[in-house]
Design a protein around this ligand. Structure first.
Ligand code: HEM
Ligand SMILES: *[C@@H]1O[C@H](CO)[C@@H](O)[C@H](O)[C@H]1NC(C)=O
Length: 485
């Protein structure tokens, strides 16, 4: 054989061998090493399976759980919406290791560890790198960025959401948006109304007016595209990526997501051009994505809970009339609505939209009781903490806003990391005051006009679709308080 022939055979062989070794290193050696390292520190979990990790088990358990009926007296949604997590917490303990494909995920629900991670000040924990599709959704918006970019953007956002600008710029826009919604409701009294969709329109209108400075109609095209894109991104998360092949051609989802991204960019630019501030595209998208669905969820579940708990609905209404009479809500009063705040906190505890805070370990880090290897992901599971009878008592699954009557510390038995619907530490929600203010205004204005009861048509099926959503909406019957109103 000539030297050239040998080369022609040998070179591809070498390439193949190197690729194979790399493949086995990433998909076998590294996961097993991480698993061993965590096991030896007492952290157990479902074993790693080649390439797929635990994804097949997750899919199977989710399908099974989604067929089980749910009652409306015990609000125990955790085993239904995250059956795999619920079951593994019971089997392996409050902190366990699982595998999203080849990615190690350390799920944590022990308050001390959650606090240690979320309040870590040494930048040991970063936001996970977005998937290819995910980066199209959030771009370089505040939720995703790190370091100096984050500091800069967070400062701007803090300013935009601070007391004075909230009062002057946002509250009037929210009131106007709620009025638009209530206008739509006129003549619908005593008929069944699907409020989840109503609150989708309301929350999108609020973001339109406050972030985009336009009306819902102008924003509608953008929102529809963003909603479609988020569905693609979520679908992508539990897909196992087959190595090499995913690099060779674009999936249909990827092609569609690129078109959506371009469409969104163009539409947002068009609106923003009018305002002459072109750096805002990602931030406007971020505020829509971070804000709209979460407030939608909070409003929907609060109205559901008030519809079945007439006593709390009456207490909330009494407080609203004492504070505002028949007038529109004003900033001083909104801040003082205590009963409403208790009700909203109890709703956030039982149906909070966040399904865990994700972090990535940068370099190997030494914690008080654990050493964590680089690049594993952590999931601080608020749903687990919010449903833990050891923290909240045996009535943990009941709707009892009175547990917040003496404040958070008392409700959680002085456990600082037991309740964090808006996150904890430096990366906690920048829109918290905005969100609670928006919800309080909407609820106050509804309570001033209507009593509400749940329609017999309602079926209780919360599903995890970014937030926890009612699968078939929430059907409520409104009755006007004053027939001439
Ligand atoms: C009930 C409503 C809301 C809930 C429950 C909620 C929850 C959260 C949570 C848990 C985080 C922390 C995520 C993490 O640590 O990984 C967060 C961050 C964030 N939220 Fe909210 N949110 C709500 C409404 C809003 C609204 C209305 C906006 C803006 C208009 C907003 C904007 C943001 C932003 C920009 C971040 C990232 C902050 C940063 O990384 O510095 N949120 N939110
Ligand atoms: C509700 O929770 C928030 C934090 O999420 C807290 O600031 C507020 O004081 C709570 N309200 C009540 C009445 O417990």
């Amino acid at each position: 054989m000539s030297a050239l022939m040998k080369l022609v055979i040998l070179v591809p062989c070498c390439f193949f061998l190197v690729a194979l070794i790399k493949f086995l290193y990433n998909y076998l050696w590294t996961p097993l090493r991480i698993q061993h390292m965590m096991n030896s520190q007492g952290i157990k979990g479902p074993p790693y399976r080649f390439i797929h990790g635990n994804n097949n088990q997750v899919t199977r358990m989710k399908v099974e759980a989604s067929t089980k009926p749910m009652s409306l007296t015990r609000h125990d949604i955790f085993p239904r919406v995250q059956p795999h997590v619920h079951s593994w917490l019971n089997t392996y303990g409050k902190n366990y290791l699982s595998w999203n494909g080849v990615q190690a995920e350390l799920v944590i629900s022990e308050p001390e560890l959650v606090r240690e991670v979320l309040k870590n000040s040494k930048k040991a924990f970063l936001k996970p790198k977005p998937t290819l599709l995910g980066s199209k959704l959030l771009g370089k918006g505040l939720v995703m960025v790190e370091g100096e970019n984050w500091v800069k953007q967070r400062k701007l956002a803090n300013f935009a959401f601070h007391g004075q600008s909230l009062k002057q710029n946002m509250i009037p826009e929210v009131v106007a948006s709620v009025e638009t919604m209530l206008e739509r409701w006129k003549g619908q009294e005593e008929k069944e109304m699907e409020v989840y969709q109503e609150f989708r329109l309301l929350t999108a209108e609020v973001i339109s007016r406050t972030a985009f400075g336009s009306s819902y109609l102008e924003g509608e095209k953008i929102f529809t595209m963003l909603d479609k894109l988020s569905i693609l991104v979520i679908r992508d998360i539990f897909k196992t990526r087959i190595p090499f092949i995913s690099k060779l051609w674009k999936t249909a989802d990827l092609v569609e997501s690129e078109q959506l991204q371009k469409g969104i960019q163009d539409c947002v630019m068009e609106i923003i051009m009018k305002r002459e501030d072109k750096d805002l595209v990602d931030e406007c998208k971020t505020f829509y994505l971070a804000g709209q669905g979460n407030v939608n969820s909070l409003l929907g579940w609060t109205v559901l809970l008030l519809s079945i708990h007439g006593d709390w609905q009456e207490k909330a209404r009494r407080e609203v009339f004492e504070m505002f009479g028949n007038q529109n809500p004003h900033p001083e009063g909104i801040a003082k609505l205590k009963t409403m705040s208790m009700i909203m906190n109890e709703t956030l505890r039982l149906y909070g939209p966040s399904n865990g805070l994700y972090r990535r370990v940068g370099r190997e880090v030494q914690l008080e009781k654990l050493v964590l290897p680089a690049n594993i992901h952590l999931v601080a599971l608020n749903i687990a903490l919010h449903n833990d009878p050891q923290l909240w008592g045996d009535d943990v699954h009941l709707f009892k806003p009175e547990r917040f009557a003496q404040g958070i510390a008392k409700a959680t038995n002085h456990n600082a990391a037991a309740f964090f619907p808006f996150g904890l530490g430096t990366r906690s929600c920048v829109g918290m005051t905005f969100a609670t203010t928006e919800a309080k205004i909407a609820l106050s204005m509804i309570l001033q006009r209507y009593t509400m009861t749940l329609s017999p048509a309602y079926v209780h099926k919360p599903v995890l679709l970014i937030t926890y959503k009612p699968q078939h909406g929430i059907q409520v019957i409104f009755e006007a308080l004053h027939k001439d109103a």
